[in-house]
Design a protein around this ligand. Structure first.
Ligand code: NAD
Ligand code: DAU
Length: 358
């Protein structure tokens, strides 16, 4: 094996797409997927690759520093791609501390272990290690835009939710380990992802589930908030390109140039669902229900990804309508996945399988 790469959070939504891409594309890499299997982690997302010789799953918590240090000693990782996080804004509003623990302390534990493994006493500040620490972050660290403008890599951080504050904090720590200890780091900040295996607490999969089951679709406030949507497999491709080609210490914004108000997106989704479920046009839209707004709800996110497009020749591969239809098709033909995650059955089954630490 030419490289051993630790991917954290690989059983989650984006992590599982990235792990699949890396395992299938780089057969000479060994990919170690470290995941705590919280409610958001689901090994069913990786069923198709679980027996590949260059893939291994380890159950563990990034908040446990002793465990993380032991893991680095055992596997001698060449690089880390860090995705493990608490990722849901609404959950961060009701339980901020959990977000500080995983997103901040967990990240610092990984940085410390990487520093101990990779930065030798002889390493000078200006002489970077060649082992890469790639931190996967979010556009939410930049705060909220007005009607115009885009987030660029030099936009100042201005997080508003406990989730985005914890991600901003972790980004700062990652940069500090580069500037202080000479760790080779890269950070990417991505917009809203959509696609298969997305946990149905987030807007798109929750709405698909509710429409399918004739339940209300909750729209926060007036539905006028804007998000920039990117197909999850395009995000995974961007991480691959950045991981292999970016300059140490650099940041890349990743986005779809695809802004939608929540209400327009849900209307489009309702039309697609009506067609797929052979319902009379307009049936699903009757489920739209305006509810109390999210506290501190950011109005608009929109990413300028021209640096990534110009430097590394990446671009989104799908039009939103096509990607959304593909996503709906996946959920409708993976009823078992959806029923398991909504009932919680998947956790019982997979967690029992991995009681050993590693
Ligand atoms: P997710 O919630 O679907 O998955 C997170 C994964 O991390 C889960 O498998 C979970 O079990 C694991 N995890 C959580 N706490 C852990 C801990 N203490 N130790 C080990 N594993 C733990 O999240 P996602 O949507 O796939 O997001 C992945 C990363 O990408 C996050 O860092 C998130 O901030 C970032 N991001 C997400 C989006 C998006 O639209 N979903 C956009 C930009 C950036
Ligand atoms: O921008 C990147 C971020 O996108 C990621 O960093 C986060 O991990 C990810 O969860 C996502 O955050 P959002 O808060 O934008 O995603 P969510 O799907 O929760 O909400 C999308 C929009 O829809 C937001 O404006 C809130 C609104 N919404 C959400 C839910 C769950 C509703 O109107 N109703 C809902 O039921």
């Amino acid at each position: 094996m030419s490289k051993t790469i630790l991917v954290t959070g690989g059983a989650g939504f984006i992590g599982s797409h990235l792990v699949r891409l890396l395992v299938n594309k780089y057969i000479d890499y060994k990919i170690i997927n470290l995941d705590k299997l919280t409610y958001a982690g689901n090994l069913a997302n990786l069923k198709d690759i679980e027996n590949k010789p260059n893939y291994e799953f380890v159950k563990g918590d990034i908040v446990d520093a002793t465990f993380i240090n032991e893991l680095f000693t055992k596997y001698k990782f060449d690089s880390v791609i860090h995705l493990a996080a608490e990722s849901h804004v609404d959950k961060s509003i009701s339980n901020p501390l959990e977000f500080v623990m995983t997103n901040v302390i967990g990240t610092v534990n990984l940085l410390n272990a990487a520093k101990v493994s990779w930065v030798k006493p002889t390493t000078k500040n200006e002489q970077l290690t060649t082992n890469r620490f790639y931190h996967v972050s979010t556009d939410e660290v930049y705060g909220s835009l007005g009607e115009t403008g885009l987030f660029t890599e030099s936009t100042s951080y201005d997080p508003h939710s406990p989730y985005s504050a914890s991600k901003a904090s972790s980004d700062h720590f990652v940069r500090a380990y580069h500037d202080t200890y000479g760790l080779d780091i890269v950070i990417s900040n991505c917009s809203n992802n959509y696609g298969s295996c997305h946990f149905p607490e987030k807007l798109i999969p929750l709405s698909i589930y509710n429409i399918k089951n004739n339940k209300a679709i909750p729209i926060y406030g007036k539905g006028e908030n804007i998000r920039d949507w990117l197909f999850v497999e395009d995000h995974a491709r961007a991480i691959d390109v950045i991981f292999h080609n970016a300059k140490s210490g650099s940041t890349y914004n990743i986005g779809g140039h695809n802004e939608w108000t929540n209400i327009d997106l849900i209307r489009l989704l309702c039309n697609i669902m009506d067609k797929k479920l052979n319902r009379v046009e307009g049936t699903s839209a009757q489920l739209i229900t305006y509810v109390k707004d999210r506290a501190g709800h950011d109005l608009r996110y929109a990413i300028d990804s021209s640096k990534l497009q110009n430097d590394l020749a990446w671009k989104p591969s799908l039009q939103f309508e096509e990607g959304l239809e593909k996503t709906v098709d996946w959920y409708l033909s993976n009823e078992e996945w959806l029923n398991n995650v909504t009932s919680g059955d998947y956790q019982k089954y997979y967690q029992e399988q991995y009681v050993k630490r590693f």
